[in-house]
Design a protein around this ligand. Structure first.
Ligand SMILES: [Zn+2]
Length: 258
């Protein structure tokens, strides 16, 4: 079933677990994410970013997620990840997304806050939740996302880490002590398990995983193709579903057991 983002996250923060937000780009990734959640009985967020609009449009993503969520017994949220365009936010809301992220991180801070408030006003009018990026994240390896010039995050990066990640949990503690809204950690890929758990214990209720879904699946497909055996595209597609499911399962187990 499809559910509202904010209730799910408030519940997560209250009970100190995190809901995984997993990026999808096509049928195979959507299927892999929802199958993993179904298998574990774990609610999750299917995330689609405006950067992948060349792969699918909002209506298509909604139709697939809605059809699969309808058949599954777990709560599923359809979230618009990183979106810079006001127009695309409106399109996602109209298509049926249950939450949206406005990414004004490339704007000057004051302007980002102003634009974010505008998005909140229109989204809340129709009961859609909003996530915002006030500050910016650095870019790591294999990331498909833009890196910020000024970095205000607690130390996670978009993509895989180039060295050992240094996550400032003290900053997180201070933020969490001041506000009770659920906090989000971007750049889940490659973050050490213990660090993830510590972040969850200190207020993080949503964790994004994107890069590793793509990276792991592509690497596994490479291995398959190099084996010399030839595959029909339909078989390869099912293999992809399986690889995506493996990554999602790995993270889901960590997120729910902080
Ligand atoms: Zn992100």
């Amino acid at each position: 079933m499809m559910v509202d983002f904010s209730e799910l996250l408030k519940e997560a923060r209250r009970h100190k677990y995190a809901v995984g937000s997993f990026n999808v780009y096509n049928y195979e990734t959507i299927r892999g994410v929802i199958d993993a959640g179904q298998e574990l009985g774990y609610p999750l967020i299917v995330a689609f970013a405006e950067g992948y609009l060349n792969n699918m449009d909002m209506d298509e993503v909604y139709a697939l997620v809605h059809a699969m969520a309808h058949k599954s017994s777990i709560p599923v949220v359809l979230h618009l990840d990183h979106c810079k365009s006001f127009e695309n936010i409106v399109k996602a809301i109209r298509a049926g997304f249950t939450s949206v992220m406005f990414d004004g991180s490339s704007l000057p801070f004051e302007e980002n806050i102003k634009k974010t408030a505008e998005v909140v006003a229109i989204a809340h009018a129709v009961d859609v939740s909003v996530e915002a990026e006030l500050g910016a994240l650095a870019g790591g390896e294999f990331s498909n996302e833009e890196a910020g010039d000024e970095v205000y995050s607690i130390g996670t990066v978009h993509g895989m880490y180039k060295g050992t990640p240094r996550i400032d949990v003290e900053v997180l503690k201070k933020i969490a002590a001041r506000i009770d809204i659920p906090l989000v950690l971007h750049g889940g890929s490659g973050t050490p398990e213990e660090t993830i758990r510590e972040c969850i214990r200190n207020g993080i209720a949503k964790i994004n995983v994107n890069t590793e879904i793509s990276y792991y699946t592509v690497e596994q497909v490479k291995v398959l193709l190099q084996s010399g055996k030839s595959y029909h595209l339909s078989q390869l597609a099912l293999k992809e579903v399986g690889y995506v499911r493996e990554v999602v399962t790995k993270y889901a187990k960590i997120f729910r057991s902080a």
